[in-house]
Design a protein around this ligand. Sequence first.
Ligand code: DQA
Length: 149
Amino acid sequence: KTVFVLNGPNLNLLGTREPAVYGAQTLADVEQLCAAACARHGFALRFHQSNHEGTLLDWIHEAGRLHAAGQLAGVVLNAGAYTHTSIALPDAIKGTGVTLIELHISNVHARESFRHHSYLSAVAKAVMCGFGVPGYGLAIDAMALQAGG
Ligand code: DQA
């Protein structure tokens, strides 16, 4: 089965973006970590980043088609700031029925109050938040657990 790991706005800047909050690892490092985690569980990986909400929607719809064909384990989504603003993203999760793990590198609840609300959490199977970049690997491990293999 396939795992989609989708990253939203500004996550292409990882490594140089507010390193005290997000750490020194780059998005390429995140991809490597996800590839290793997927290899551990026999998952195929689709790893993407976009600064555009519509592009993220298109990838969720694509994941939905795999889901319908029984070929998707789930979607790990770090929607960045769209987490706190987008209604279209949770609509796409609901509309496709894909299993979602919402992910944040930082502990959003320990930060500004505008980061405390997520439109995604209500449609997520689980939320991974505050474990830094290693959280991506943990989310894929969790995906394997809940998929039973
Ligand atoms: C983030 C947290 C969001 O509030 C922020 O807008 C991001 C990154 C995180 O990974 O901690 O861009 O999703």
